[in-house]
Design a protein around this ligand. Structure first.
Ligand SMILES: Nc1ncnc2c1ncn2[C@@H]1O[C@H](COP(=O)(O)OP(=O)(O)O)[C@@H](O)[C@H]1O
Ligand SMILES: [Mg+2]
Length: 308
């Protein structure tokens, strides 16, 4: 048992992927331990999907080393894929089949005997709350239902590692919550999960540990709360649509200021009393004293918004 708990499920070392002269993945090193929910958080184009694709063999690394279950992805892909569940970024359900048939086809692909597949499909459809939609066509499903079906499909082979590429992108808040709930349950059962997202809230809710990536490189690694405490501060002041007076007033106070044009952030110890002074001086200005979040971390590290 001890070897399974100490050997990382995923180990990436100086991982690279180059497309012509573009370094889409530029030297990523990270490990994912068994039972962990690990996140790749970053804006569009950061290299998240490219990284994920190398994990399941869709794309071959240009450099570095990548092992899953202690096996090299370039030489032992078949053995790895048996133990993986993958939810790709794009919906790739078969539109000509029903909900249930989509799962049956996959079960055959994994050589699961139909006597075993049937109860497993029942259980998974009920897990993703699609048991009353079994005979529906894919076209009849909402975006959230499709994502849940893709999740059920990824779980068909009882994977030890579940990989999700932007599992809730484009979904409404309620559908997003439903996916988060299912993932939280899987996590509680001990499933190892790797997910990518550009929603800092998703990463904060689900991930034990994460890396923030930009331009194919890691900016920081840590638990959501530790990253927030270190780079954003527990409390910060956000001023929206500041006019020149307010901006100059803040600049003259010599506080740590992030200027995004349409909003200003004051971080660190000064946030609290700056807020109260600002309220006195400019009662009309739109300002909040709030908790720091992962978006603030990204902003502090790059000077950019995560969701541009
Ligand atoms: N097959 C490809 N050929 C050329 N460029 C690609 C290819 N796939 C991805 N890229 C580029 O690599 C970068 C990272 O893309 P991607 O991994 O999809 O980012 P993310 O998933 O974080 O949004 C982007 O600049 C993208 O345009
Ligand atoms: Mg992507």
């Amino acid at each position: 048992m001890s070897s399974t708990t100490t050997t990382p499920v995923i180990q990436a070392t100086d991982l690279e992927k180059t497309f012509r002269d573009l370094r889409a993945v530029d030297g990523l090193s990270f490990t994912v331990q068994s039972g962990e929910c690990f996140g790749l958080l970053g804006p569009n184009g950061a290299g998240k999907t490219t990284t994920i694709r190398m994990l399941y063999g869709f794309s071959r690394p240009s450099g570095g080393k990548l092992t899953v279950f202690d096996r090299d992805v370039t030489t032992e892909l078949r053995a790895i894929k048996q133990r993986l569940g993958i939810c790709q970024q794009e919906d790739n359900l078969d539109p000509d089949l029903t909900v249930r048939q989509n799962l049956q086809v996959y079960a055959r692909y994994f050589n699961i005997p139909s006597s075993e597949a049937a109860p497993r499909i029942d259980r998974l459809l009920s897990f993703v709350r699609l048991d009353n939609r079994q005979e529906a066509r894919i076209i009849e499903l909402s975006g959230g239902m499709k994502r849940r079906l893709i999740l059920a499909r990824a779980l068909l082979n009882n994977p030890e590692l579940l990989i999700l590429d932007e599992p809730t992108t484009g979904l409404d808040p309620q559908s997003r919550q439903q996916i988060w709930q299912r993932l939280a349950e899987l996590k509680a059962e001990g499933m190892t999960i790797l997910l990518t997202t550009h929603y800092m809230e998703e990463a904060a809710q689900l991930c034990d540990r994460l890396i923030i990536v930009d331009n194919g490189q890691i900016l920081v690694e840590g638990s959501p709360q530790a990253l927030i405490n270190e780079h954003a501060g527990r409390e910060l002041l956000e001023v929206r649509q500041p006019d020149q007076d307010v901006r100059r007033w803040l600049q003259n106070r010599g506080v740590s200021l992030e200027d995004l044009g349409y909003r200003l952030l004051v971080t660190g110890e000064a946030a609290h009393h700056t807020y109260h002074d600002l309220r006195q001086t400019y009662p009309e200005v739109a300002a909040d004293l709030r908790m720091g979040n992962l978006e603030d971390v990204f902003l502090r590290l790059t000077g950019k918004d995560l969701r541009e």
